[in-house]
Design a protein around this ligand. Structure first.
Ligand SMILES: Cc1ncc(COP(=O)(O)O)c(C=O)c1O
Length: 227
């Protein structure tokens, strides 16, 4: 990234900002270390570029913290944080200096829809009252451990288990094996998704508990056994 900053500078095309996901999701659930993100923030600061953290998939508790970037112990907040999906609306937080000077510089048809705000209010209240983030952290620990055990049983098939909260994933030997596995899991009643070239990712709702995790793990073993 440092090299890219130099490259653009030498082309006289200054970098205005860097967009990064706390866990690169569609690309294959790649995790960066807190140190990586701290250095990235330092680098963007030094180069006068904004740091935008995309929490569209990770935001609202999926990783066991409200925001995934809370894991990174950044000295200051990111400049901009985007969110959607679990929030049932799309939006962003930005530091005051990023406030557009003119009204309506950021605009879309659904902007300011009050019904969305009522839904969001109810979601946030429920998440708090039912301790759903704490649930996701605890269930996630159990689930990831379970995935690691399945990986030990089938080390040729289930590789590189990883995750934060229930935001878990693993790799398979190649794309055709992965696609066949996902199909067989669906036929067994478990909806899971693909990401990247060879990864399988889990994105359960915040109400996913130990009971559900065990159902998934048992089905994985069943499918892997007959694979
Ligand atoms: C990580 C991430 N960021 C952003 C988006 C939204 O993209 P767009 O603004 O193009 O709808 C998605 C959509 O799935 C996403 O997964």
């Amino acid at each position: 990234i440092e090299e890219l900053f130099h490259e653009y500078k030498s082309k006289q095309k200054p970098v205005v900002g860097v967009v990064v996901e706390p866990i690169q999701s569609e690309g294959g659930d790649y995790h960066g270390s807190p140190n990586f993100f701290q250095r990235l923030q330092k680098l963007t600061n030094q180069n006068g570029a904004a740091l935008l953290v995309d929490e569209v998939q990770t935001g609202l508790g999926a990783t066991g913290k409200f925001w995934a970037h809370e894991y990174f112990n950044l000295p200051t907040s990111p400049d901009i944080v985007t969110f959607s999906k679990k929030f049932q609306t799309g939006g962003y937080f930005a530091k005051a200096k990023f406030q557009p000077k003119q009204a309506y510089r950021i605009f879309n048809t659904w902007m300011g829809e009050p019904a969305k705000m009522l839904v969001l209010d109810a979601i946030l209240k429920t998440v708090k009252e039912e301790n759903l983030i704490e649930n996701t952290r605890k269930t996630g620990d159990l689930f990831l451990n379970g995935l690691k055990n399945v990986s030990k049983q089938y080390p040729q098939l289930i590789l590189n288990t990883r995750g934060l909260g229930t935001f878990c994933a693993f790799d398979m030997p190649n794309a055709s094996v992965r696609d066949k596995f996902i199909n067989q899991m669906r036929n067994a009643g478990i909806q899971i998704g693909a990401c990247g070239d060879v990864s399988v990712r889990f994105r359960p709702a915040l109400i996913f508990t130990e009971k559900h995790a065990n159902i998934v793990l048992n089905k994985m073993v069943e499918v892997a056994k007959n694979f």
